[in-house]
Design a binder for this molecule. Structure first.
Ligand SMILES: [Zn+2]
Length: 373
């Protein structure tokens, strides 16, 4: 059994350790400071003498298995085991922030936590309910930041199962035997085998980012520490850029954007009407005899689709600048186009559309031949 030093002290970043077993994907050590993946938190990485540890997971007996790519050291090999501290501190901060937010959701808003995940750009808390008002999550954010400013100590204490049960914690105890209980002074007590900061102040700040529905529950998304600061800065820059683009102060940004969207919709309607007029005009211009109309147009092909009356028997093949075509005619006519052109698409009745590949002039010349033939 490996001596799990991280269990007692999340701040131990290195130790001299010895290989006691070599497995297919990694090594088991006599002692370790590496936390194995669990509880929504990724496993630690770092170095063991000249070897690089890319991940740490639990083996079937719960021992940390240090994953090493390539050659592994032999049993008995002794070296300094050293954490990628930045990686550890990042996830330890997210994990501690998650404890704090889950505690506040539970004690102040009667919302339980059913699952958590610590990711590289945010952490999530899946709650036990299907609807949460946004204002409650913003209140929780404010409460969490107040707790950070108050700098509550975070301490962990090992105790008997019975003693832990008597604490009446917000989450049931998942392990047998002795239990490690993590206390956020004055706020929370919960059984957890993870690694934690020493005080809430170290989290820096917490920000509510959004929520989504999963398995009928609300999953809330949060950022903490530097990620939260960066997110604030980026959002501020976006508001500034948008304000400058729309020549608007931030208070009137939404109205300015709404106006822009409305203006854009109006312009699109105008363009569609004009394109349809051009399409009608172009069809008329090419309609000189009883022979099929074949031409290319700068107008979006969609404009040609509704210029024909239902009982119109005109045969027309039009290609636009994007290689899209419209064919008005019978199925036999369309089949004959398909036989000689590289066409993707289809249709029914008298209207067919899709894309055609090849040089436009060649396509038009071939279409004329096929339709006249
Ligand atoms: Zn924990």
């Amino acid at each position: 059994m490996t001596d799990k030093l991280y269990y007692e002290d999340g701040y131990l970043s290195s130790v001299i350790a010895r290989v006691v077993d070599v497995r297919k994907s990694g090594i088991i050590l006599d002692r370790t400071v590496f936390y194995p993946e669990g509880g929504g938190q990724p496993g630690d990485r770092g170095s063991f003498g000249p070897y690089r540890i890319v991940d740490t997971v639990k083996d079937e007996d719960g021992n940390p298995l240090h994953i090493i790519e390539g050659d592994k050291p032999p049993v008995g090999f002794e070296a300094e085991l050293s954490l990628d501290w930045e990686h550890r501190l990042f996830y330890m901060t997210e994990h501690s922030a998650q404890h704090l937010v889950s505690a506040l959701l539970f004690s102040n808003h009667h919302i339980g936590t059913v699952a958590v995940h610590q990711g590289e750009s945010f952490f999530t808390i899946e709650t036990n309910i299907g609807e949460i008002e946004e204002s409650i999550l913003l209140e929780t954010e404010a409460e969490a930041n107040a707790a950070i400013r108050e700098n509550h100590s975070i301490v962990q204490r090992e105790m008997s199962h019975e003693e832990a049960e008597n604490l009446g914690m917000r989450r049931s105890i998942k392990v047998e035997g002795r239990v490690k209980v993590v206390f956020i002074d004055g706020i929370d007590a919960v059984a957890c085998g993870g690694v934690h900061l020493k005080s809430t102040g170290e989290i820096g700040e917490i920000q509510y980012v959004g929520s989504e529905k999963i398995r009928g529950h609300v999953r809330t998304i949060w950022k903490c520490g530097k990620l939260s600061v960066d997110y604030r800065h980026r959002n501020r820059a976006i508001v500034q850029d948008l304000s400058s683009l729309l020549s608007s102060d931030s208070d009137n940004l939404i109205q300015s954007a709404e106006r822009l969207v409305d203006d854009n919709a109006e312009l699109r309607r105008t363009v569609r009407n004009l394109e349809r007029k051009i399409a009608v005009f172009e069809i008329e211009k090419h309609k000189c005899s009883n022979s099929p109309i074949v031409f290319s147009s700068d107008v979006d092909i969609v404009a040609f689709e509704d210029v024909f009356d239902e009982d119109d028997s005109i045969v027309a093949f039009v290609v636009d600048g994007n290689g899209r075509f419209m064919f008005h005619g019978t199925k036999e006519g369309f089949d004959s186009l398909k036989s000689g052109l590289s066409i993707k698409g289809g249709g029914r009745g008298m209207l067919y559309r899709g894309s055609v590949s090849g040089n436009v002039d060649t396509v038009l010349e071939e279409a004329r031949k096929l339709l006249n033939g």
